[in-house]
Ligand binder design. Sequence first.
Ligand code: PRP
Length: 210
Amino acid sequence: MNNTLNIALPKGRLGEGVYDIFESLGYGCEGIKDKNNRKLIFENEELQIKYFWVKPTDVSVYVEHGAADIGVVGRDILLEYEPDIYELFDMGMGKCRMCVAAKNDFYDDRGRTLRVATKFPNIARTYYASKSREIEIIKLNGSIELAPILNLSDVIVDIVETGKTLYENGLKPYEDIVDISARFIANKASYKFKNENIEAILEKLRELKK
Ligand code: PRP
Protein backbone atom coordinates (compact mmCIF):
# COMPACT_ATOMS: atom_id res chain seq x y z
CA MET A 1 0.00 0.00 0.00
CA ASN A 2 1.18 3.52 -0.79
CA ASN A 3 2.40 4.93 2.49
CA THR A 4 2.14 8.61 1.60
CA LEU A 5 -0.19 10.46 3.96
CA ASN A 6 -2.67 12.62 2.03
CA ILE A 7 -3.83 15.70 3.91
CA ALA A 8 -6.77 17.92 2.89
CA LEU A 9 -6.46 21.51 4.09
CA PRO A 10 -9.23 24.13 3.89
CA LYS A 11 -8.22 26.97 1.57
CA GLY A 12 -8.00 30.31 3.37
CA ARG A 13 -6.93 31.72 6.69
CA LEU A 14 -7.87 28.71 8.79
CA GLY A 15 -6.05 26.29 6.48
CA GLU A 16 -2.92 28.43 6.47
CA GLY A 17 -2.96 28.48 10.27
CA VAL A 18 -3.38 24.72 10.32
CA TYR A 19 -0.50 24.28 7.87
CA ASP A 20 1.74 26.50 10.07
CA ILE A 21 1.06 24.15 12.98
CA PHE A 22 1.81 21.06 10.90
CA GLU A 23 5.03 22.70 9.68
CA SER A 24 6.08 23.50 13.25
CA LEU A 25 5.54 19.83 14.09
CA GLY A 26 7.98 18.81 11.35
CA TYR A 27 5.54 18.23 8.46
CA GLY A 28 6.56 21.12 6.21
CA CYS A 29 6.26 21.18 2.45
CA GLU A 30 8.22 23.58 0.27
CA GLY A 31 6.34 26.18 -1.79
CA ILE A 32 2.96 25.48 -0.25
CA LYS A 33 2.44 29.06 0.93
CA ASP A 34 3.81 30.69 -2.20
CA LYS A 35 1.02 33.07 -3.23
CA ASN A 36 2.38 33.32 -6.79
CA ASN A 37 1.45 29.87 -7.89
CA ARG A 38 -1.95 28.24 -8.24
CA LYS A 39 -0.88 24.68 -7.56
CA LEU A 40 -3.27 22.73 -5.38
CA ILE A 41 -1.11 19.71 -4.52
CA PHE A 42 2.20 19.81 -2.65
CA GLU A 43 4.30 16.80 -1.83
CA ASN A 44 7.24 16.23 0.47
CA GLU A 45 8.57 12.92 -0.80
CA GLU A 46 11.10 12.56 1.98
CA LEU A 47 8.44 12.85 4.67
CA GLN A 48 5.90 10.94 2.56
CA ILE A 49 3.20 13.56 2.92
CA LYS A 50 1.04 15.29 0.37
CA TYR A 51 -1.16 18.34 1.01
CA PHE A 52 -4.19 19.44 -1.05
CA TRP A 53 -5.90 22.82 -0.78
CA VAL A 54 -9.65 22.27 -1.05
CA LYS A 55 -12.76 24.34 -0.42
CA PRO A 56 -13.50 24.25 3.35
CA THR A 57 -16.87 22.59 2.76
CA ASP A 58 -15.19 19.85 0.69
CA VAL A 59 -12.53 18.69 3.19
CA SER A 60 -14.82 16.07 4.71
CA VAL A 61 -15.86 14.85 1.23
CA TYR A 62 -12.23 14.10 0.33
CA VAL A 63 -11.64 12.43 3.68
CA GLU A 64 -14.87 10.41 3.71
CA HIS A 65 -14.11 8.99 0.27
CA GLY A 66 -10.46 8.28 1.08
CA ALA A 67 -9.01 10.72 -1.48
CA ALA A 68 -7.43 12.30 1.62
CA ASP A 69 -6.43 10.27 4.67
CA ILE A 70 -6.78 13.15 7.10
CA GLY A 71 -7.93 16.75 7.09
CA VAL A 72 -8.98 19.69 9.19
CA VAL A 73 -12.53 20.98 9.00
CA GLY A 74 -14.89 23.22 10.96
CA ARG A 75 -17.36 21.47 13.26
CA ASP A 76 -20.14 23.34 11.41
CA ILE A 77 -19.41 21.26 8.30
CA LEU A 78 -19.39 18.01 10.28
CA LEU A 79 -22.73 18.83 11.90
CA GLU A 80 -24.27 19.91 8.61
CA TYR A 81 -23.13 17.05 6.34
CA GLU A 82 -22.62 14.27 8.94
CA PRO A 83 -19.80 12.58 6.98
CA ASP A 84 -18.81 9.02 7.91
CA ILE A 85 -15.33 9.83 9.25
CA TYR A 86 -13.48 9.77 12.57
CA GLU A 87 -13.31 13.08 14.42
CA LEU A 88 -10.05 12.74 16.35
CA PHE A 89 -9.00 16.07 17.80
CA ASP A 90 -10.21 19.58 18.55
CA MET A 91 -7.56 21.90 17.09
CA GLY A 92 -8.88 24.76 19.25
CA MET A 93 -8.64 27.12 16.26
CA GLY A 94 -11.28 28.82 14.12
CA LYS A 95 -13.48 29.28 17.15
CA CYS A 96 -16.92 30.73 16.55
CA ARG A 97 -20.54 29.82 17.27
CA MET A 98 -23.62 28.86 15.31
CA CYS A 99 -26.39 31.29 16.21
CA VAL A 100 -29.90 32.33 15.43
CA ALA A 101 -29.79 36.03 14.62
CA ALA A 102 -32.51 38.52 13.77
CA LYS A 103 -33.26 42.21 13.45
CA ASN A 104 -33.05 44.17 16.70
CA ASP A 105 -36.85 44.51 16.88
CA PHE A 106 -37.56 40.82 16.07
CA TYR A 107 -40.49 39.30 17.93
CA ASP A 108 -41.11 35.56 17.61
CA ASP A 109 -44.80 34.97 16.90
CA ARG A 110 -45.11 31.25 17.65
CA GLY A 111 -48.47 31.14 15.88
CA ARG A 112 -46.68 31.58 12.55
CA THR A 113 -44.20 29.41 10.65
CA LEU A 114 -40.75 30.87 11.21
CA ARG A 115 -38.81 31.63 8.02
CA VAL A 116 -35.17 30.69 8.52
CA ALA A 117 -32.47 31.66 6.00
CA THR A 118 -29.25 29.68 6.23
CA LYS A 119 -26.33 27.92 4.58
CA PHE A 120 -26.86 25.14 7.16
CA PRO A 121 -30.34 23.64 6.61
CA ASN A 122 -29.57 20.40 8.47
CA ILE A 123 -28.31 22.19 11.59
CA ALA A 124 -31.27 24.60 11.49
CA ARG A 125 -33.82 21.80 11.02
CA THR A 126 -32.38 19.72 13.87
CA TYR A 127 -32.29 22.72 16.19
CA TYR A 128 -35.87 23.79 15.59
CA ALA A 129 -37.14 20.19 15.65
CA SER A 130 -35.69 19.93 19.17
CA LYS A 131 -37.81 22.95 20.09
CA SER A 132 -40.88 21.67 18.22
CA ARG A 133 -40.95 24.91 16.28
CA GLU A 134 -42.43 24.87 12.81
CA ILE A 135 -40.10 26.47 10.25
CA GLU A 136 -39.59 27.05 6.57
CA ILE A 137 -35.96 26.82 5.42
CA ILE A 138 -34.69 29.31 2.87
CA LYS A 139 -31.36 27.95 1.65
CA LEU A 140 -28.78 30.57 0.72
CA ASN A 141 -25.10 30.30 -0.16
CA GLY A 142 -23.65 33.43 1.42
CA SER A 143 -24.35 36.98 2.66
CA ILE A 144 -27.05 35.43 4.82
CA GLU A 145 -27.40 38.65 6.84
CA LEU A 146 -29.26 40.25 3.94
CA ALA A 147 -32.26 37.92 4.31
CA PRO A 148 -34.00 39.48 7.34
CA ILE A 149 -33.17 42.99 6.15
CA LEU A 150 -34.92 42.36 2.84
CA ASN A 151 -37.73 40.44 4.57
CA LEU A 152 -36.77 37.21 2.83
CA SER A 153 -36.70 35.56 6.27
CA ASP A 154 -37.55 36.24 9.92
CA VAL A 155 -34.25 34.93 11.29
CA ILE A 156 -30.95 33.51 10.08
CA VAL A 157 -28.94 30.55 11.33
CA ASP A 158 -25.32 31.41 10.70
CA ILE A 159 -21.80 31.52 12.04
CA VAL A 160 -20.88 34.39 14.32
CA GLU A 161 -17.25 35.04 15.05
CA THR A 162 -16.74 38.62 16.20
CA GLY A 163 -20.38 39.67 15.71
CA LYS A 164 -19.23 42.54 13.49
CA THR A 165 -21.19 41.44 10.41
CA LEU A 166 -24.40 41.19 12.41
CA TYR A 167 -23.84 44.53 14.13
CA GLU A 168 -23.02 46.40 10.93
CA ASN A 169 -26.20 45.09 9.36
CA GLY A 170 -28.52 45.97 12.24
CA LEU A 171 -28.92 42.37 13.44
CA LYS A 172 -28.15 40.71 16.75
CA PRO A 173 -27.60 37.18 18.04
CA TYR A 174 -30.82 35.85 19.43
CA GLU A 175 -30.02 32.26 20.50
CA ASP A 176 -26.79 30.21 20.58
CA ILE A 177 -27.02 26.80 18.91
CA VAL A 178 -23.55 25.29 19.21
CA ASP A 179 -19.86 26.18 19.64
CA ILE A 180 -17.69 25.61 16.59
CA SER A 181 -13.95 25.00 16.18
CA ALA A 182 -11.66 23.25 13.71
CA ARG A 183 -11.48 19.45 14.02
CA PHE A 184 -8.80 16.99 12.89
CA ILE A 185 -10.56 14.18 11.01
CA ALA A 186 -9.50 10.89 9.44
CA ASN A 187 -10.81 8.47 6.87
CA LYS A 188 -11.91 5.28 8.67
CA ALA A 189 -9.85 2.85 6.57
CA SER A 190 -6.81 5.15 6.62
CA TYR A 191 -7.02 5.34 10.39
CA LYS A 192 -6.67 1.57 10.47
CA PHE A 193 -4.02 1.11 7.78
CA LYS A 194 -1.95 4.26 8.38
CA ASN A 195 -2.54 4.26 12.10
CA GLU A 196 1.06 4.76 13.13
CA ASN A 197 1.50 7.86 10.94
CA ILE A 198 -1.80 9.40 11.98
CA GLU A 199 -1.26 8.69 15.67
CA ALA A 200 2.21 10.25 15.45
CA ILE A 201 0.68 13.53 14.25
CA LEU A 202 -2.08 13.35 16.84
CA GLU A 203 0.42 12.78 19.62
CA LYS A 204 2.36 15.89 18.57
CA LEU A 205 -0.85 17.94 18.36
CA ARG A 206 -1.87 16.82 21.86
CA GLU A 207 1.60 17.67 23.17
CA LEU A 208 1.39 21.15 21.60
CA LYS A 209 -1.98 21.86 23.18
CA LYS A 210 -0.84 20.97 26.73
C1 PRP B 1 -19.17 34.21 7.90
C2 PRP B 1 -20.59 34.22 8.43
C3 PRP B 1 -20.81 35.67 8.75
C4 PRP B 1 -19.42 36.15 9.15
C5 PRP B 1 -19.33 36.24 10.65
O1 PRP B 1 -19.23 34.60 6.59
O2 PRP B 1 -21.50 33.70 7.48
O3 PRP B 1 -21.27 36.37 7.63
O4 PRP B 1 -18.48 35.17 8.69
O5 PRP B 1 -18.15 36.82 11.08
P1 PRP B 1 -18.14 37.99 12.16
O6 PRP B 1 -19.05 37.60 13.29
O7 PRP B 1 -16.69 38.05 12.61
O8 PRP B 1 -18.57 39.25 11.49
P2 PRP B 1 -18.19 34.18 5.49
O9 PRP B 1 -16.98 35.02 5.61
O10 PRP B 1 -17.99 32.71 5.55
O11 PRP B 1 -18.97 34.59 4.16
P3 PRP B 1 -20.39 34.17 3.57
O12 PRP B 1 -21.26 33.56 4.64
O13 PRP B 1 -20.97 35.42 3.04
O14 PRP B 1 -20.04 33.16 2.51
